[in-house]
Design a protein around this ligand. Structure first.
Ligand code: SF4
Length: 354
């Protein structure tokens, strides 16, 4: 009999399974809460479900927690995890803690959606390794569950508050699984992470941006722009050849018209592109968009030849955009003393195995 992945099932799907195997519906709610809210990793931990019912469930449902194979901790508290999946593939995810003074602390997990990535951005360690496969719903949700489980060993009240789908892979190329995972992570009987506290980052998959606007799950959208001219962006993000800037900007307009939500435009700055002319071109491109620009000093990755610009160059770049009336921020640097750029930890680990 074919089994489903428990961590990828909604409560309604678990109710259906209960009905098929002759268990009471409330067992589905208990099971859902153990897995999605209490973040347990084994059947034995589900204390209020008897052994025979657990046995009946396990004939229909498989439970594969992710296996932590490496963890790095930064001086600023950022933790980067390398998890092994059931088939031996590995993925990265990152937990960033931000202490707040006025409201509760923010605990943000950067989630992966694919093993490897087909997009092949020039500045990205994940892209250098190529695409292996999409993550299942259970594997996407599982990253947040297993990080929660891990941190609760030290702090039993720990809760993830924010998610950014900015880890390995292009989230909009695994669209259906991404949306199902978002729905599960938002459940009040689960981790209860608000939709508005989730952000999907894309390099510009135009049809999916429009689809996301229509489906409108109330999550934030960040577009990795990185260059304001097609010839430069073609080199940085090969997908730009398929969906050039004119199409991307139209899709962004449509997205904001439908959702009334502001888009974050991400711009990675290197010693090459952190120039006033680039900033002026960016201001022209984004004129009329309902957006905000986030400047990111690039993380140096061996093999890409890219270097981080000095703070003065970044400040001048931001000033040009602000003078053009744009809202601008610089991403707070996290985990710079560990392999923080997406894909670096996995590359390093796989290199050691060779
Ligand atoms: S930056 Fe994102 S989309 Fe580009 S190669 Fe890396 S993982 Fe893929």
């Amino acid at each position: 009999m074919e089994t489903r992945e428990l961590r990828g099932c909604s409560e309604d799907e678990l109710i259906e399974i209960c009905e098929k195997i002759g268990l009471k519906r409330f067992r589905a709610s208990q099971l859902f809460q153990w897995v999605q809210q209490k973040a347990v990793r084994t059947w034995e931990e589900m204390k209020n479900i008897g052994a025979s019912d657990r046995q009946a469930f396990s004939s229909r449902l498989s439970l594969y927690p992710l296996e932590k194979v490496r963890e790095q901790r930064s001086k600023d508290g950022t933790r980067k995890y390398l998890f092994r999946l059931d088939d031996g593939e590995t993925i990265e995810c990152v937990l960033m803690d931000y202490a707040r003074t006025r409201s509760r602390d923010r605990h943000t997990v950067c989630v992966s959606t694919q093993v490897g990535c087909a997009v092949g951005c020039a500045f990205c360690a994940t892209g250098l390794e190529g695409f292996r496969r999409n993550l299942t719903v259970a594997e996407i949700v599982g990253q947040v569950i297993d990080i929660t489980h891990e941190v609760r060993q030290e702090d039993p009240d720990f809760q993830v508050t924010n998610l950014v789908f900015m880890g390995m892979g292009e989230p909009l190329l695994n669209y259906d699984h991404l949306l199902q995972a978002i729905h599960l992570l938002n459940q009040s009987k689960g981790l209860n992470i608000g939709m508005r506290r989730m952000t999907i980052s894309t390099c510009g998959v135009v049809p999916r941006i429009i689809q996301l606007a229509k489906d409108n799950p109330q999550v934030g959208l960040a577009v990795s722009l990185h260059a304001a001219q097609d010839d430069v962006r073609n080199e940085l993000i090969p997908m730009n050849r398929r969906y050039p800037l004119s199409q991307l900007m139209e899709a962004c307009q449509e997205y904001t018209e439908i959702t009334h939500r502001r888009i974050t435009f991400e711009v990675a700055l290197t010693t090459e592109n952190a120039r006033p002319e680039e900033a002026e071109a960016l201001a022209r491109l984004l004129k009329g968009q309902f957006g905000h620009v986030n400047l990111i000093p690039v993380n140096p990755v061996a093999g890409t030849g890219m270097e981080r610009p000095n703070p003065e160059l970044m400040r001048k770049f931001a000033q040009v955009l602000e003078d053009a009336g744009m809202s601008v921020s610089s991403r707070e640097e996290r985990g710079t003393d560990i392999d923080a750029a997406c894909g670096q930890l996995r590359r390093q680990w796989e290199g050691e195995l060779k």
